[in-house]
Write a protein of this length. Sequence first.
Length: 131
Amino acid sequence: MRKYKPDIVIPSLNLIIEYNGLYWHSTEQKDNDYHIRKTLAYNKMGYQTIHIWEDEWLYEQDKIKKWLRYVLGVDKRQPRNFGRNKENEFDLCWWPIPKNKKIIKPKMRIKQRTMGQKKASYKIYDCGSYK
């Protein structure tokens, strides 16, 4: 973990949780493959990585908390369709990397944040996905 510094590490669950602020994790600050490289590096060390994006935490906190309760083993029921896109691909920001699935390259997304009267848009690259 020397190259990357995880935000939260839970060794007993082999789990890393990353909180990604939109500005600092946008294309202005990070290259296109940053998040997939980081996720793959942690995966090689035996860790599943969850990336929580700032806008998701601000606007979908209840949904994020439900998923975290499931991943942490507090709630046994898996939230329905969580971490899947319109093409029914599993987002690697939320799901463990499977051994026998081909990873789909990270996609550029526009994420927005509103703080009071200020609105900001950021280009980010996700962690990749799989079907």
